[in-house]
Structure formats: C-alpha cells, structure tokens
Write a protein that binds this ligand. Structure first.
Ligand code: ZN
Length: 394
C-alpha cells in the first residue's frame, strides 16, 4: 500500500508532503513525519535504462580471453555469456545488490532490460520481488531475442513480459533486445503485445553502427525506420542509446512520442561513439546500461563527454527521467510538484541520508531501512563465484 509522510522542514525551510504515494499540496492529517533540519530535499533520481542481471559484475568478473575487439565481440564474449550462465539464485543476488546500491545512491526508480536465455520463464518475478522487498520503483521487461533459439525463444521472451504483475512499485514493459537480433514477425508481435497490455516497447536502438547496417541490409533506412514500419513504436516507447541516429531520426522519434536514453559511461566503455544527435529531442533521459545506478556519477561523465564533443544540449536528462516514470505510472506531475510520485531524497552535504519511495522510508540515516547491505553483498560475492565458474564452461 502506498504511504503518507511529511518530510522536513529541511535546512532551506522546505517541507514536502506525500499522501497515499503522491506528492501533495498539504500534509495529510496524522501522517508520520520525517525530520531533516540539516538536509536538503530533492526528487529521487531515475536510471532510465539498465540491466540488473549485470549486478554481480563488480565482484571480480574475469576478463574475456582473448580480449574482445569491438562492440559485437564485447556482447558475444562478455554479456551474452554472462546472461546464458544466469540462474534464479545468481539473478536474485545480482538484482538485490544492484537495487540496494541504487537506493543508497539516491536513485528511486530503475528501468530494467533483462535477458537470461537459459532461464526465460520466471526472471520477471525475481526482479519484481527484489525491488518490492527493498522498496525500489521499477519498470521491468524481458528483452526478447532470436539470437540463441530463433522464433520460439522470442515468443517465450515476449510471453514472460506478459507475466509482470502491476503493483504500486512495478509496471511491465515489452522488451526486444535490438532490431538486429529479431525478425520482422517478432517486431510486429512485440508492438501488438505492448498495445494489448497497455504498455510500451523498450529496446536498444543504434547503439553501434552494426545495428544500422543490419536494418539497411533488410531494406530499411535504419532500425528506427524498421520499428516504425512494423508498427512497434507505441507512443511512450523507450529507445536506449541512439548513438548512430541522425538529428532528423532523433526528431522523428520525438514526433512519435518516444523516449531516448543516453548511457554515456557504457557508450564510452564500449567504444561505440558519443550520442551527439540526441540534443535534437527534448525526450532524452539518462541511463547506465548496467553500470551502477549512481546517477550523479553518470551525469558527471555525460557533462565531461558533452563538453569534449561540443554538445550544448545535454542538460535536463535526469529531470526527463522523472517525467518518463511519471508517464508510465500514471502520475500527473514529476519532480516535487503536487501529483508527482512520492519519491524523495534528503542529502546532507551531498551525501544521501534519507530515501522515500511511494511514501515509504527505504533508506534511513544512510542505511537500508528493510535489509542489511553487508548481508546482501556477502550473498552477491558467493553467487558471483558460482557464476564465474558457470561462465568458464560455456
Ligand atoms: Zn542496455
């Protein structure tokens, strides 16, 4: 159940009231209070594209041998081996560790994109439970693909998207991995499923040039045009990356009411280029693509790269993510405006002290309110060792 809470006043004299999970114009009578005389109240950050399944990577993932050269080899030798090695226990530990650290960094909503080809039935319930237990708001999907098992694999992936139960904290999306790993039939089915479920598509678009070349070889101008031609870009759809879209294509995505999500640390790490065309849309949020969900760190990298590439349009992406979340959960406002989600962070000298999501305190005095970070990390370390052993024999 959504909570009611009155937060503040903070050091600037600001008080924020939450009534039944929404920011309200005035405090609810009888609502509990959260004092923060030394703190500063702000809306929680949103990570608009990530992969909880990579949550164990910081625990000593062995480097690929031989070292990958280029984006497709990084996928094949690192992430597509990791996702094949995932089972329920490893995924649960990865998700809990990722979500816990995201909360402690002041991130109050995650937009996840999941793949585990040897475990297609069931991962959505595990991710939802990890978020619910710790109090995180999230949009979840299975990224359907044909790259291991053809059309049957894709149908199973789409069916898993249909099993995500909506709660005050969770909504489902329909996921496709990327245009270059699915057929026209799967793209059409994904669009139809999103409309049927009343949700939107979440897909990687033009992350590397190879995605563009693949769509061209199939007779389309690019992956965006392919998704549009096959009627899959439901308004509100979430397109991760867009590194190799032109300014006109980015404008076309905005005209179709789609969100683009920039992932600067990932793009730099994978050497796919800088997404300079994204400045042509106002609907651009910030994601981490599996890197930790410390959005202030991600934004610092964004600004560093934007300056280097002469991109003057890279501001406002964190606030855009809040609008994306409000849209998907049916809130009438974002940020700290009345009607926005009751997702609030209190910092002291820049450090996260209190985190409130849906009107409930989930981080209190800098510590998880519902669990123990030490226990979560210990479980992650143990599962990581098992996972690297499984990856080694794949
Ligand atoms: Zn991604």
């Amino acid at each position: 159940m959504s909570g009611s809470l009155t937060i503040g006043p903070d050091r600037h004299g600001r008080t924020v009231a939450i009534a039944e999970g929404r920011i309200a114009g005035r405090p609810s009578p009888g609502a509990p209070a959260l004092a923060c005389p030394d703190g500063e109240i702000a809306a929680g950050h949103v990570c608009a594209h990530t992969h909880l399944y990579s949550g164990l990577a910081p625990y000593g993932m062995p480097p690929a041998d031989p070292a990958p050269e280029g984006f497709l080899e990084i996928l094949e030798r690192v992430w597509w081996r990791l996702d094949r090695a995932l089972d329920a226990e490893a995924l649960r530990a990865a998700a809990r560790d990722y979500v816990a650290h995201a909360l402690l960094a002041g991130t109050t909503a995650l937009v996840d994109h999941h793949e585990s080809p040897r475990f297609i039935e069931g991962p959505m319930a595990i991710l939802a439970e990890a978020c619910e237990d710790l109090g995180m708001r999230a949009l979840l999907c299975y990224g359907a693909t044909e790259r291991n098992g053809g059309r049957d694999e894709a149908r199973r992936g789409l069916a898993e998207c249909g099993r995500i139960a909506a709660t005050p904290l969770i909504r489902g999306l329909v996921g496709l991995h990327a245009s270059f790993t699915v057929s026209d039939e799967t793209i059409r089915e994904a669009g139809n499923l999103a409309r049927w479920l009343g949700t939107v598509l979440h897909i990687h678009v033009a992350e590397a040039r190879s995605d563009v070349e693949d769509a061209r070889s199939r007779g389309f101008d690019g992956p965006l045009e392919r998704l549009m031609a096959l009627d899959a870009l439901v308004p509100g759809s979430i397109l991760a990356h867009g590194v190799h879209l032109s300014p006109d294509q980015v404008k076309a995505a905005e005209a179709a009411s789609c969100w683009l999500v920039q992932n600067p640390r990932s793009n730099e790490g994978n050497g796919v280029g800088y997404a300079s065309s994204l400045a042509s849309s106002r609907h651009v949020a910030l994601g981490t693509d599996g890197w930790n969900a410390d959005m202030e760190e991600e934004e610092r990298v964004l600004f560093r790269l934007a300056e280097r590439h002469g991109d003057t349009g890279a501001t406002g992406r964190l606030a855009a993510g809040q609008t994306l979340i409000a849209e998907r959960f049916g809130f009438t406002a974002s940020g700290l405006q009345p009607g926005a989600p009751g997702d609030v962070v209190v910092r002291e000298d820049g450090r996260v002290r209190q985190v409130v999501i849906d009107g409930h305190v989930v981080v209190r005095d800098g510590k998880l309110a519902r669990d123990d970070i030490g226990a979560i990390e210990a479980e992650a370390r143990q599962q990581a060792t098992r996972l690297w052993d499984r990856m080694a024999v794949l």
